[in-house]
Design a protein around this ligand. Structure first.
Ligand code: CO8
Length: 259
């Protein structure tokens, strides 16, 4: 078992990671950050897992860091916590597989940042998202000040981070902070269906497309465009590209081998 509050389930080539800590609304405490980090580092090398879904339980996805644990901690401990949480967010964001956050309820602070570390965010109509750190006299330190503006633009991110207010699912979709909203009972099914669709795609091409998009966002356009073509050239030489193109010409489904 990964952790008493973290459950894993396999659905073919898709793995579901579920945070189960309903009494604390999924707050990340007591080894949970380390368990998620270790899991992400391990799953990166498992080619049989081609997509991941992260979700929570009951009325919460993750209500952030466990404030009670960190209450009263000294600066040294707080900085150590920061380094551990950075490793977790980086490990999730850097996965070669497609990642989907299925946000079933509260996604606050580090919980929202965990969702922001995923490629796609699907959200229940009942969910609430926010970065309330300002109310604690802090700022979001798990990528919130960086990943949120990249998704929704600097002005909306400032409004949300300065106010610390919670937004509804409809607002999240309208701002571009979530891909789509659906009825709570449909959320997991929708996320697993989408994950299965992505798991059927050429895995090397998907991993490289993810890398080119994410790294390209940090680069100047001319070098990002050069990077795109270089990676495409490398993909063209793979067995998967040969198989994908042959399958199209032969009017059959491709069978990708991740080579
Ligand atoms: N940490 C620890 N326990 C939590 C957390 C949390 N983040 N969120 C909820 N809980 C616990 C509550 O304490 C309560 O437990 P108990 O009954 O034992 O006191 C239980 O979950 C249920 O919560 P509520 O009774 O508060 O439920 P409500 O429906 O009234 O409210 C809310 C739901 C609005 C989600 C409310 O619980 C809330 O505001 N939670 C805090 C959310 C938050 O601020 N998250 C951001 C945390 S900050 C962060 O993630 C990064 C910074 C980390 C640094 C920490 C330094 C101190």
């Amino acid at each position: 078992m990964l952790h008493p509050h973290i459950e894993l389930q396999r659905f073919g080539a898709v793995e579901l990671l579920r945070i189960r800590r309903e009494d604390a609304l999924g707050a990340l405490g007591d080894g949970m950050i380390e368990a998620i980090t270790d899991y992400a580092i391990g799953v990166a090398g498992r080619s049989e897992i081609r997509a991941l879904v992260l979700t929570g339980t009951g009325r919460s996805f993750v209500a952030g860091a466990d404030i009670k644990i960190y209450h009263g901690a000294g600066l040294g401990d707080f900085n150590a916590y920061q380094r551990r949480s950075r490793r977790m967010f980086d490990a999730i964001a850097g996965l070669p597989q497609a990642t989907i956050a299925a946000v079933n309820g509260y996604a606050l602070g580090g919980g929202f940042e965990l969702a922001l570390s995923c490629d796609l965010i699907l959200i229940s109509d009942k969910a609430k998202l926010g970065l309330p750190e300002i109310k604690l006299g802090l700022l979001p330190g798990g990528g919130g000040t960086q990943r949120l503006p990249r998704l929704v633009g600097a002005m909306r991110a400032k409004e949300l981070i300065f106010s610390g207010r919670m937004i509804s699912a409809a607002e999240a979709v309208a701002y571009g902070a979530a891909l789509e909203a659906c009825a709570p009972d449909d959320l997991l099914g929708r996320a697993l269906t989408l994950a299965n669709e992505l798991a059927e795609k050429a895995p090397l091409a998907l991993a490289e497309a993810k890398r080119v998009i994410d790294d390209g966002l940090e680069a100047a356009l001319p070098s990002a465009l050069t990077f795109e073509q270089r990676v495409l050239g490398a993909l063209y030489a793979t067995d998967d590209a040969k198989e994908g193109i042959a399958a199209f010409v032969e009017k059959r489904l491709p069978n990708f081998s991740a080579r």
